[in-house]
Design a protein around this ligand. Structure first.
Ligand SMILES: Cc1cc2nc3c(=O)[nH]c(=O)nc-3n(C[C@H](O)[C@H](O)[C@H](O)COP(=O)(O)OP(=O)(O)OC[C@H]3O[C@@H](n4cnc5c(N)ncnc54)[C@H](O)[C@@H]3O)c2cc1C
Length: 383
């Protein structure tokens, strides 16, 4: 109807444009799921969907209040299917608001149970823990790693995080848009200091048993009891693998930790998402590196526009050899064999980074009785 509110609301700037006075989708790949257009549209004309008829996406099913098919178990953040730091924060806040409202109506369970157990200390778990404190819930937050930050902590050193402003309970508005990974983690540490929230690190949550109205949750440090559980574990389960010979060799990695450790090396990066492209960009900046990027699709359909432009520029400058439409056949100590429409190629590879995503933590979800649903172009309940 021509309000164009979606165009103004979109943080990506080039994904939506005004044509003849109305908002139009100009670059579908430029949409990375902020959902700002949907919220801004005055006539609810926009729907965000997951998957396509041809390519389904498995996601845990949950309601607009973030409660899953397993009553009392909630989900926030990337585990629910929507990436981005700001989305994780907003969902962590909204999910705990729903938990607190629900507990106000029906608080039950024995006295030794905490109101809320949060699993994961990424942005969703951090925001959830803050909200739990703001709402006066007794809460424990368990994290399998040794410190706060989730996926952000695992980004390559110096990575620029692109985000949008968010409001953190008990702390206030955080107006960051472009920030280094290190500065973002530092800010979160300040949030912890200022608000006095607590985390328990190096604790892996493995499953749960429901006994009456309480969850008996199994962890690597024994059992604990909680009235409600919020799974904020992200989707970084087991890294996906290629299933080719040589993948088990020690120079094959599922993550780039620090590009500076690979000066002078021939690096093969496999994948076509933001992780793969950003790894290629970071490695291409290092002295003496020779970079090949292998992606099985013929174009980068899923990456941020900035990443797409940068990788195309690096390819045309000869800094990155792009092998689109190629598949890795095998890996040896210093080379990898790739196949594309033109035949087989052997490329130098002192290092191989297989950055093709991670499995959904299905076992953990099953342990909490959460059912999965395959989305084929349908809208999830929470957006
Ligand atoms: C390379 C890369 C670049 C990215 N760049 C950007 C960007 O520029 N801007 C942006 O907005 N987003 C970016 N993202 C996405 C963003 O990092 C995620 O969407 C966001 O971190 C999700 O937050 P989360 O809290 O849901 O999950 P996570 O950040 O993944 O945190 C989940 C936490 O749960 C813990 N956990 C998991 N299982 C268990 C268990 N069983 N027991 C205990 N703890 C557990 C994990 O150790 C982890 O600390 C990027 C992601 C990657 C991988």
């Amino acid at each position: 109807m021509g309000a164009a509110a979606c165009v103004r609301a979109c943080p990506e700037k080039k994904a939506l444009v005004v044509v003849n006075g109305a908002g139009h989708l100009a670059d579908a790949a430029g949409c990375i799921g902020h959902g700002a257009c949907k919220s801004a549209c005055p006539v609810s004309a926009i729907e965000l969907v997951f998957g396509t008829a041809r390519r389904g996406v498995d996601l845990p099913e949950f309601s607009p209040s973030f409660e899953t098919s397993s009553a009392g178990v909630y989900i926030a953040g990337e585990l629910g299917g929507m990436g981005l730091v700001a989305n994780a924060v907003r969902q962590g806040v909204r999910a705990v608001t729903a938990v607190a409202d629900d507990l106000q109506k029906k608080r039950s369970g024995s006295e030794d149970a905490v109101d809320l157990l949060v699993v994961g200390a990424g942005p969703a778990g951090l925001a959830a823990t803050l909200m739990a404190k703001e709402r006066g819930l007794s809460c424990r937050t368990l994290e399998r790693e040794a410190s706060l930050g989730g996926s952000v902590l695992a980004y390559p050193r110096g990575k620029i995080v692109m985000t949008t402003p968010v409001t953190l309970p008990l702390y206030g508005k955080v107006r960051l848009r472009r920030v280094t990974k290190e500065a973002l983690i530092e800010l979160w540490r300040d949030v912890v200091k200022v608000t006095g929230i607590e985390f328990e690190f190096d604790v892996l949550v493995t499953g749960a048993k429901r006994v009456d109205d309480v969850f008996e949750v199994q962890t690597s440090r024994g059992e604990l009891r909680a009235r409600r559980v919020l799974l904020a574990t992200g989707r970084r389960g087991k890294p996906r693998t290629l299933g080719v010979d040589g993948e088990e060799l020690s120079h094959v990695h599922s993550q780039l930790v620090d590009a500076a450790l690979h000066d002078g090396e021939a690096c093969l990066i496999v994948g076509g998402g933001d992780s793969a492209v950003e790894a290629a960009r970071a490695l291409a900046e290092r002295p003496g590196t020779r970079i090949t990027l292998s992606y099985r699709q013929s174009a980068f359909g899923r990456v941020k526009p900035e990443n797409r432009e940068a990788i195309e520029q690096l390819a045309s400058d000869g800094r990155v050899r792009l092998m689109l439409g190629s598949q890795v056949q095998s890996i040896t100590q210093q080379t990898a064999r790739l196949k594309d429409a033109e035949g087989e190629h052997v490329v130098d590879a002192d290092r191989v980074f297989v950055l093709i995503g991670r499995e959904l933590p299905n076992k953990l979800l099953a342990g909490f009785g959460v059912e999965l649903r395959t989305y084929r172009g349908e809208a999830p309940g929470f957006v």
